[in-house]
Design a protein around this ligand. Structure first.
Ligand code: ADP
Ligand code: MG
Length: 809
C-alpha cells in the first residue's frame, strides 16, 4: 500500500493519472504502481508513434483505416464525457423510425468494420477494440450502478448509434483536373490594402479564366452570328460575357438578354453583375422572372428566366429591342430553353444584326453546333483540380440521413474547406438543416463551428446572398442546395461535395396526360458536374452516397430533356399564340413524343382554347395572356361568366406559390416525416410561421399582377363571396379533366383515364370523402395522392364540359 506521502508524490509526478486511477492504486503495491506507470509511458510513446505511422494499438493501418479508427476514438471520447451527464444522453438518440427500421445497412456498417480489424489482428490481445470494449463494459457498469439498471439498455443503444451512424466510403478514382500551374494565380493578398470594394471586384474579374480570352471571344462574336460557348462552371460565362459585350458597345444597338433556367440564378447573377458594374440593381442591370420584373427603361443587361424570354416573344416576335441574346446553361435543356432554340434560330435568319450566344457548361457542344447550322464552338479552358471520388460500400437506405451523417463526418475528420450537399427540394433542405443544427448543438464546443446555408428557389432574396459570404477562419460552411448549385451558381471555397444521387423531376404519362413530380436518380453527366464543384479552387473530394456499381449500372448517361417528359399544353398554347401552327414540324432539337403533342392539343381543345381545326379561339387568346398553366388560366377566364373573378384570382395566386410540397420516394416518406416530427420542436415553429407570412405577401403580389392581366383581357373584377357554388363551377371549368369518383373502399378513381388515387392527408376533405371531387394536382409519394381537392356535383361536368363527359344512362 502507498503511504499518504507516496500518494501525494504520485499525484505530483504524473498528471496523466486521473483521480480514479489513483484511488485504484491505493489497493495495489508500489511495485505494481511503478509497472503500471511504465506501461502508461509506453502507451504515450505509442500514441505519438501512431500519429506518425498510422499505428493503432500496434496494428499498422492504411491512412484511411487509421483515420476511421481515430474518428471512432474521438467519438468515444465524446460519448465517454457524455456518459457522465445522463440527462444529455438522449440527444444522441435517433428518431424512433430509425430504431424501428430493420435496416440491414445500418447494422452492417459497423460490424463489417469491426470484423475486418478483428480478422487482421491476431486474437483478442491485438484487437484494437479490446481495451475500448473493456472500458465500455466498465462504463456501462458504472452507469448502471449510478442511475439504476433501466438505463443499461439505453446506454448501450446510444453507443450503438454513435458507431453505426457512420458511413463507409471507398475511394474509387480521381477525376483528372486540367494541368494547372500555380503561377497563374495572382498573389494579391499583399496588395489588398485600402482598395474600394469596386476596385477589388474589378480585379477579381481579371482573375477569372474567361478574362484571358476576352479579346478573342469578342472577335469571334463579331465574326459569327451564332456562337456556341463552352466553359467549366465558374469560368465567368454568365457574369462576364454580357459585361464584355456592353463594354464593346453592343448595348448601343439594343439590350443584351441572358436567359437562365432558374429564377434564383437570374436574380443572384444580376445582383452580382450590378455590383461589379457599380450600378443599382434594376437600373442598367436588371432581371425578370415570372411575377417579378426588376428592370427599368435604363436596363441594358437583362437576366431572365428562359420562360420569361419565351413570353417576350408574344409581345415582340422579332425581339427587336435586343442586340444580343445569350441562351445560357443550354445543357440544362429545360422545356423553355428547347423552345427558345427553335424560336431564336428562326429569327436569326431574318435579323442578321442579332447576335446569338448559346452557352453551356458541358462538353456535348457539338449537338448545339449541329442544330445551329454548324455554328463555331468557342471553348474556354477551365481551371480544374483533381477530385477524389468516394462511393459508399453499400447502398444507403435513407440518403437524407446519410447526407447529414457524411457532412458531420467530414466536418469532424477532414481539413478545412466548405461542403456542398445536393438535395432535391426545399422541404428536404429544411429538414436537413434542422437535424444538423440539432446534432451539432448536441456536440457543443467539441467541434468547430458549422455554418449551415440553404439555397433553393423559394428562399427569400435576403437570405440567398448568405451562401456567397466568405467562411470565417476556423469555421466551416455547409451549403444545402438543390440542383441549382450544379452549374447555375458558383460558390467559391467548396472542397467537399456530397452527392446523394437524386433530383426532383417531372414525369409525364402521355397516355393518360397525367403529370407527377418525383424524386429520380440523376444522370452520370449530372454526377460528374456535381463532383466538379469540389475542384474549383483546389483539389477536392466528392462523396457519392451510392455504390460504384450503382453509378456504372443504374444511372443514365444523360438527363432526358424536359420536352420529352412533360405536359406540353402550356407550350402548345404559347406557340399557337405566336402563330406557329404546325407543331409536328416545329424545329425541336429533340422532338417530344407525338402522343404528348396530341394530348396537349386534345386538352386545349377540351378547355375550348382551340377549335376543331386547331386554331386559337377567343378563350384561348385570353388564356395565353396569363403566365399560368392552361387549366388555371381557363379557370380565371371562366370566372368572368360566373361573376367571381375576385375570388378566383386569389385562389390562382395561392396555388401558384404553394410549391413547397414534400415529395419523397416510397418507403422513405415515413422515415423522413418522423424525423421531421421529432425535430419540429423548440423555436422552429415560429420561423416556419414567418415564412408563411412571407408567402402570403408573395401571393398578394401575384394576385395584384393577375388583377392587372384581368384588365388586359377585359374581365371585370367581380366578387361573389356569398355563393360558393359559382366559385366551384369556375374551378370546374378549368379542372374538369381532373375529376375523380369515390370507390367503396374509400379510394378514388379518376374519371377520364381510370386510375386509383387518394385524397392527400393534408386536405380538409381527407376525412369527409365526398362522392365526387376535382383535384389540382397528383403527387406520387407512398400512393398517388390528389392535392387541393374540391367537392363537385357530377351534373356540373356534363353542364360545363358536355364534349368531354356524357351521361351514361
Ligand atoms: P459561369 O457562368 O461560367 O459558371 P459565373 O459567371 O457564374 O461563371 O461566375 C464567375 C464567378 O463569379 C464565380 O467564381 C463566382 O465566384 C462569382 N459569382 C457569381 N455569382 C456571384 C454572386 N451572386 N455572388 C458572389 N460571387 C458570384
Ligand atoms: Mg453560368
Amino acid at each position: 500500500k502507498l503511504s499518504k506521502k507516496e500518494e501525494e508524490e504520485a499525484i505530483r509526478r504524473t498528471n496523466a493519472f486521473e483521480k480514479d486511477d489513483i484511488e485504484d492504486l491505493r489497493k495495489v503495491s508500489r511495485q505494481e504502481y511503478l509497472k503500471k506507470r511504465e506501461q502508461k509511458k509506453l502507451e504515450e510513446i505509442r500514441d505519438d508513434l501512431e500519429d506518425e505511422q498510422y499505428l493503432f494499438d500496434g496494428v499498422k493501418l492504411t491512412e484511411a483505416e487509421y483515420r476511421e479508427l481515430s474518428y471512432k476514438k474521438q467519438i468515444y471520447e465524446i460519448v465517454r464525457k457524455r456518459s457522465d451527464e445522463p440527462e444529455d444522453a438522449n440527444e444522441y438518440r435517433m428518431p424512433d423510425a430509425y430504431d424501428d427500421e430493420n435496416g440491414v445497412n445500418q447494422e452492417k456498417r459497423f460490424s463489417v468494420a469491426v470484423q475486418r480489424y478483428r480478422d487482421q489482428s491476431a486474437g483478442d490481445k491485438m484487437n484494437p477494440f479490446a481495451e475500448q470494449e473493456a472500458w465500455e463494459d466498465h462504463q456501462i457498469g458504472k452507469a448502471t450502478l449510478k442511475f439504476g439498471s433501466k438505463n443499461k439498455k439505453q446506454m448501450s443503444d446510444d453507443y450503438q448509434f454513435v458507431f453505426e451512424d457512420q458511413i463507409e466510403f471507398i475511394k474509387a478514382s480521381v477525376m483528372d483536373g486540367d494541368k494547372f500551374d500555380d503561377d497563374g494565380e495572382p498573389s494579391e493578398l499583399v496588395e489588398s490594402r485600402a482598395k474600394s470594394a469596386l476596385e477589388k471586384l474589378q480585379e477579381d474579374r481579371k482573375t477569372l479564366p474567361i478574362y484571358t480570352y476576352r479579346e478573342s471571344l469578342l472577335d469571334a462574336i463579331e465574326k459569327h452570328q451564332v456562337l456556341v460557348i463552352v466553359g467549366e462552371t465558374g469560368s465567368g460565362k454568365t457574369t462576364q460575357i454580357p459585361q464584355y459585350l456592353h463594354e464593346a458597345g453592343y448595348t448601343k444597338r439594343g439590350k443584351i438578354g441572358c436567359t437562365q433556367p432558374r429564377r434564383v440564378a437570374a436574380m443572384s447573377v444580376a445582383a452580382r453583375v450590378s455590383q461589379e458594374m457599380g450600378v443599382k440593381l434594376g437600373h442598367e442591370v436588371g432581371y425578370s422572372i415570372r411575377f417579378e420584373d426588376c428592370t427599368s427603361e435604363k436596363t441594358v443587361l437583362k437576366y431572365m428566366t428562359d420562360g420569361m424570354l419565351l413570353r417576350e416573344f408574344l409581345g415582340e416576335p422579332d425581339l427587336a429591342s435586343y442586340s444580343v441574346v445569350m441562351v445560357d446553361e443550354a445543357h440544362e435543356r429545360t422545356l423553355s430553353t428547347d423552345i427558345l432554340f427553335g424560336l431564336v434560330k428562326d429569327i436569326a435568319r431574318f435579323r442578321p444584326d442579332l447576335k446569338l450566344l448559346i452557352s453551356s457548361a458541358t462538353l456535348d457542344a457539338e449537338k448545339f453546333s449541329d442544330y445551329f447550322d454548324s455554328a463555331p464552338i468557342f471553348k474556354i479552358p477551365g481551371r480544374r483540380y483533381p477530385v477524389e471520388i468516394h462511393y459508399t460500400k453499400a447502398p444507403e437506405a435513407d440518403y437524407l440521413d446519410a447526407a447529414i451523417v457524411t457532412s458531420l463526418q467530414i466536418h469532424v475528420t477532414q481539413p478545412p474547406g466548405d461542403i456542398l450537399v445536393f438535395l432535391t427540394g426545399q422541404e428536404e433542405i429544411e429538414t436537413a438543416e434542422e437535424i444538423m443544427k440539432h446534432r451539432t448543438r448536441g456536440l457543443g464546443t467539441k467541434i468547430a463551428e458549422l455554418i449551415i446555408c440553404p439555397i433553393y428557389a423559394n428562399l427569400p432574396t435576403e437570405l440567398q446572398s448568405k451562401i456567397f459570404e466568405p467562411t470565417p477562419e476556423g469555421a466551416r460552411k455547409v451549403v444545402l442546395a438543390t440542383n441549382i448549385a450544379e452549374t447555375s451558381l458558383t460558390i467559391d471555397g467548396i472542397k467537399y461535395v456530397i452527392d446523394p444521387g437524386f433530383c426532383k423531376m417531372k414525369s409525364y404519362n402521355p397516355r393518360t396526360g397525367m403529370e407527377s413530380l418525383l424524386i429520380t436518380p440523376i444522370s452520370k453527366a449530372s454526377a460528374m458536374q456535381r463532383a466538379g464543384r469540389s475542384g474549383r479552387t483546389g483539389p477536392g473530394k466528392c462523396y457519392r452516397l451510392y455504390t460504384a456499381y450503382n453509378y456504372y449500372n443504374d444511372l443514365d448517361d444523360n438527363t432526358v430533356p424536359e420536352v420529352q417528359r412533360t405536359n406540353l399544353a402550356n407550350v402548345v398554347l404559347s406557340l399557337k399564340s405566336l402563330g406557329i401552327h404546325d407543331l409536328l414540324h416545329f424545329d425541336f432539337m429533340d422532338p417530344p413524343p407525338s402522343e404528348a403533342l396530341l394530348k396537349a392539343l386534345e386538352l386545349l381543345f377540351a378547355l375550348s382554347a382551340l377549335n376543331k381545326v386547331g386554331e386559337l379561339t377567343k378563350v384561348g387568346r385570353r388564356m395565353a395572356e396569363f403566365p399560368l398553366d392552361p387549366m388555371l388560366s381557363k379557370m380565371i377566364v371562366a370566372s368572368d361568366k360566373y361573376k367571381c373573378s375576385d375570388e378566383i384570382i386569389s385562389i390562382a395566386a395561392m396555388l401558384s406559390i404553394g410549391n413547397s410540397i414534400f415529395y419523397r420516394p416510397k418507403d422513405k416518406q415515413v422515415h423522413a416525416d418522423n424525423a421531421r416530427l421529432n425535430f419540429h420542436m423548440g423555436n422552429v415553429g415560429d420561423h416556419i410561421a414567418l415564412l408563411k407570412v412571407r408567402s402570403m405577401k408573395r401571393a398578394r403580389d401575384i394576385r395584384d399582377q393577375l388583377e392587372g392581366l384581368l384588365e388586359r383581357v377585359e374581365i371585370e373584377l367581380v366578387s361573389n363571396m356569398s355563393d360558393n357554388e359559382t366559385i366551384k363551377k369556375a374551378i370546374t371549368s378549368g379542372f374538369f379533366p381532373h375529376s375523380a369518383k369515390l370507390q367503396k373502399n374509400g379510394s378514388y378513381r379518376t374519371v377520364k383515364h381510370p386510375q386509383t388515387v387518394h385524397i392527400h392527408p393534408s386536405s380538409g376533405l381527407s376525412q369527409v370523402l365526398p362522392r365526387w371531387v376535382i383535384y389540382h394536382e397528383l403527387v406520387l409519394t407512398t400512393k398517388e395522392y390528389m392535392r387541393q381537392v374540391t367537392e363537385l356535383k357530377p351534373e356540373w361536368l356534363v353542364e360545363i364540359a358536355p364534349h368531354y363527359y356524357q351521361l351514361k344512362d
